[in-house]
Design a protein around this ligand. Structure first.
Ligand SMILES: Cc1ncc(COP(=O)(O)O)c(C=O)c1O
Length: 408
């Protein structure tokens, strides 16, 4: 037993001493913080992208049956066989991509873990990762945690009604160089609702081939499409199968964001590296929910048609309500968010606006700055999620009607 005050270490006694430098380079998730605020103020939560309606009965039953049948121990680290078989089969059916369920798939705790496991598996310190912005907020911290440097390329908002978000070919090319390890692509896109066209994907493909770069594609909204748009997987393009990691999951397609089941599909060598990282990060995704995943991926094709149609109706309920309240809306072609321009309201910035919205109006939304590296780029934008029941959207619309532009 020691007596008295222990001897002080001569090492730095600063508050930061016990922390990693990495965590200095990003903040807590703004989106998830907004959900906590929505709860605090009793606001309608159109901030975070989770459905407030029931998941399909068939898959809930499958999960219950799996628990009852004692599928309650660790699944195979890289994923339950039934689920991997179902993923491989459906990638063939939906995108014509041939996948070996034994060698090419890693099932993870959500596509969130699939993305960071992939980045940790492929990046070295000093590597650069190209990210389109506005971006899903995880990609920046994911790159930093994996030791890579994010490099951002702008998606420019449409300038006319009915137009699309676009990127400039020259700006994209400038982002690629000998340090580029990967480009992260999210289509259908959160937060813009953009669905990348074949021509755009081919352009990105050509750069990946020229600069020997990997494409990491987050396709989690693959089935949520509007206005006749088509989802094209990067891995289905000629020359890309061997240099693409396709990331997807159950959260959005089956309305089970809390289940935490996602996957990464990649060529065998890359898969082996992802599996190693995944094993030591989490060991595996929830076993009974993976069995339910196999049932989910076996639902009839009508399920997906109804899913997209349901979201189209929700979009067409919220967007006119936002427009009537004074927002300029960028019409989404996929996913379940609408990005808006708030210039008409005369607020100092997106933070002041969303604070007013959640406290005084009772609607939570995400400030646009959280989707950009430089907050000023998103200072006039706010994102709303419409993955909600019609009555939730109607209540939000009633509240939004109380919004008035600020004078002066
Ligand atoms: C683009 C994108 N990727 C990934 C995720 C998270 O997916 P998961 O629940 O599979 O981790 C989200 C959730 O909002 C998202 O919008």
């Amino acid at each position: 037993m020691s007596e008295g005050t222990p001897r002080q270490s001569p090492r730095s006694a600063s508050a930061k001493h016990f922390l990693s430098d990495k965590v200095e380079h990003f903040t807590e998730s703004v989106i998830r913080e907004r959900t906590r605020q929505a709860m605090l103020y009793g606001a309608v939560n159109l901030a975070q992208g989770f459905p407030d309606f029931a998941a399909p009965a068939e898959i809930k039953q499958a999960a219950q049956q799996a628990v009852a049948a004692d599928v309650n121990q660790y699944a195979i680290t890289w994923g339950a066989k039934n689920l991997r078989n179902a993923i491989a089969r459906q990638m063939g059916v939906w995108q014509g991509i041939s996948v070996d369920p034994e060698k090419d798939i890693t099932v993870c705790c959500g596509s969130t873990e699939a993305m960071i496991s992939t980045l940790l598996a492929v990046c070295n310190a000093g590597d650069e990762v190209v990210i389109f912005e506005p971006f899903y907020e995880n990609y920046g911290p994911d790159s930093v945690l994996s030791g890579a440097k994010p490099k951002f390329v702008k998606l420019h908002p449409p300038t006319d009604a009915g137009g699309e978000w676009t990127f400039d070919e020259k700006e994209l090319r400038q982002a690629f160089d000998r340090h580029t390890k990967a480009v992260i692509l999210n289509t259908p896109n959160n937060p813009t609702g953009k669905v990348f066209t074949r021509a755009e994907l081919e352009l990105i493909r050509d750069l990946c081939v020229e600069f020997y770069v990997l494409a990491l594609t987050d396709e989690i909204y693959e089935h949520i499409l509007y206005d006749g748009t088509e989802h094209i997987s990067m891995a289905s393009l000629e020359g890309m199968r061997d240099r693409t990691v396709t990331i997807n999951g159950m959260s959005k397609t089956y309305s089970v964001t809390g289940w935490r089941v996602g996957w990464a599909v990649a060529p065998e060598k890359i898969t082996n590296a992802i599996r190693k990282v995944h094993d030591f990060l989490t060991v595996g995704a929830p076993a009974p929910l993976q069995e339910a995943g196999a049932a989910a991926l076996s639902l009839a094709p009508e399920y997906y048609t109804k899913l997209a149609e349901g979201y189209r109706r929700r979009r067409d309920r919220l967007v006119p309500a936002l427009a009537a309240a004074g927002f300029h809306c960028f019409q989404p072609r996929g996913a379940y968010y609408v990005m808006t321009d708030i210039s008409g309201f005369g607020f100092a910035d997106d933070i002041a606006f969303t604070r007013h919205l959640v406290k005084e109006i009772g609607v939570a939304a995400v400030p646009g700055s959280s989707f950009y590296r430089d907050p000023r780029d998103g200072a006039r934008q706010v994102r709303f999620a419409f993955c909600k029941k019609p009555e939730t959207l109607d209540e939000a619309a009633r509240r939004l009607a109380k919004l008035h532009p600020r004078q002066g």
